[in-house]
Design a protein around this ligand. Structure first.
Ligand SMILES: [Zn+2]
Length: 482
């Protein structure tokens, strides 16, 4: 029973993490809170770092990527980094720079698609908006701006499907035109008019100033939406200078299924792996003695923009990982070439959700590679390097599972189907670090509502924790390049 309750308590904790994280910004915020309360100290990339062996730190970039690390008490410069990487973003609908759309007496919200979502799943859901805003907080002529996260709790909009009576062939194949069919309805214009707050409601970035306040001219967003956002953060609509917002599902993540074995939730790809790696790092560095014998640096890096190729200032394609390794290495010694040595001693686990076998589409899986729910982490292979795994990296990762009697499975895509990819090959090629691609199995990947199994959350957490605790010891036994 003890084992079972441990499994469900990790899953319950994941549910809390998911419910706190409607966007990548919120996921980073939640990660920050957890790291702080576990004794991790925030450092800024804009400042000099004074790091000490045996201590724990984190930094964020763009507030959508976060890197946390704990330095072993026996760490010396040139020793390796033991990293688990995952991503904070998920496919979603992001508001356009001008989101105000009025059609047929309805107020709609203009959106652009982000990543490769299953867009048909966004219809008929109770939606809201969340993201970040730049707020003018200047007083008495002093200019000051704050960066604030925002989330409206209530369902405020919906993308209605078209009735079957108006599209009799829809069940033969539902095709979504993402420009014209995917606009959430915010209100009817008549009710919006009646609801109008008498104020200088305002354009985000509209510019024109009237008596020190911005005017209604060229308004880019519905004033109804701006008022809701302003109410949420406790400012005036004209104080909202700019924002990055996205549509989100309001239905909370839950543990469900006839035997309560599943998690139903949005963003499991990849907040599930983000959570498991973060929790593993926190728990593998929590006690006084946990870093006493550690010679390396234990690290978790959660990146934004994986779903769109990772090429941004804070994505896995950016220098963020190398910057972190180089700054940690050089803060202990300025000796030349120690980073290159450290890189060859390092290891990355690229953790991103995997495809479980779907009972209704069995033919979409390769016969010998059919990951099952509850089957543990999936090691992903691809000869063409869509995944970074090789025999050495998969052996090391599998060995950790064997030692702890954790289940593990293999995945390779069918030769007649295209293969997905992850941050694994991007980090491996960008840094030269040995990498294994793994992930917990799930169904409905990229749907607004996905599902996975609670046992796999427990297996992933334990596997990652054991990786942090044992990698240094295990790696010392394997030599390839001599
Ligand atoms: Zn993913």
């Amino acid at each position: 029973m003890a084992k079972e309750s441990e499994g469900s308590s990790v899953a319950v904790d994941l549910i809390d993490f998911l419910n706190a994280s409607p966007t990548a910004f919120h996921a980073v915020d939640e990660a920050k809170k957890r790291l702080r309360s576990a004794g991790y100290e925030q450092v800024s990339e804009r400042e000099d770092w004074k790091l000490e062996a045996g201590k724990k730190y984190f930094f964020t970039r763009n507030h959508s990527t976060i890197v946390a690390f704990a330095i072993g008490k026996k760490y010396v410069t040139g020793n390796g980094f033991h990293v688990i990487g995952a991503h904070t973003d998920s496919p979603c609908l992001k508001l356009k720079p001008v989101s105000k759309v009025s059609k047929g007496e309805y107020l709609e919200v203009g959106i652009q698609t982000y990543g490769g979502g299953l867009w048909h799943t966004w219809f008929d859901r109770d939606l809201t908006v969340a993201g970040r805003m730049i707020i003018n907080e200047g007083k008495d002529g002093c200019v000051s701006y704050s960066h604030r996260l925002v989330r409206i709790g209530e369902p405020i909009m919906r993308i209605p499907t078209l009735a079957i009576h108006l599209d009799r062939d829809v069940n033969d194949g539902f095709k979504v035109n993402t420009q014209s069919h995917l606009l959430p309805v915010l209100a009817t214009s008549i009710k919006a008019e009646l609801n109008k707050v008498v104020s200088d409601n305002v354009p985000v970035e509209s510019g024109n100033s009237v008596d020190g306040k911005k005017s209604n001219e060229n308004q880019k967003h519905h004033s109804l939406l701006l008022q809701l956002l302003a109410d949420e953060v406790g400012c005036q609509p004209y104080d909202i200078c700019d924002f990055e917002l996205q549509a989100c599902d309001t239905q909370p993540s839950i543990i469900a299924g006839a035997t309560k074995e599943f998690i139903y939730s949005g963003r499991l790809d990849n907040l599930c792996m983000s959570f498991c790696s973060l929790k593993a790092l926190i728990d593998a560095t929590s006690s006084e003695s946990s870093l006493a014998e550690e010679t390396g640096v234990r690290m978790v890096a959660l990146f934004d923009h994986e779903e769109v190729g990772s090429n941004s200032a804070q994505g896995a394609g950016s220098p963020v990982m190398l910057d972190a390794l180089s700054r940690i290495t050089s803060s202990f010694s300025s000796e030349f070439k120690l980073l290159e040595k450290a890189i060859q001693k390092s290891f990355i686990v690229s953790a991103d959700m995997a495809h479980a076998l779907h009972p209704n589409y069995m033919d979409r899986h390769e016969d010998n590679h059919q990951p099952k729910l509850h089957g543990g982490l999936v090691i992903k292979n691809n000869a063409n390097q869509r995944y970074a795994t090789n025999a050495v990296t998969s052996f090391i990762f599998r060995e950790i599972a064997n030692k702890h009697s954790l289940p593990i499975q293999d995945f390779v895509v069918r030769n007649d189907m295209a293969c997905g990819s992850t941050i694994g090959p991007i980090l491996a090629s960008g840094t030269g670090i040995r990498t294994v691609d793994v992930g917990a199995p799930q169904l409905s990947m990229h749907s607004i509502r996905e599902m996975c199994a609670i046992d796999d959350v427990k297996h992933s957490y334990k596997h990652f924790k054991a990786f942090f605790q044992e990698f240094s010891h295990l790696d010392a036994k394997i030599t390839v390049d001599i």
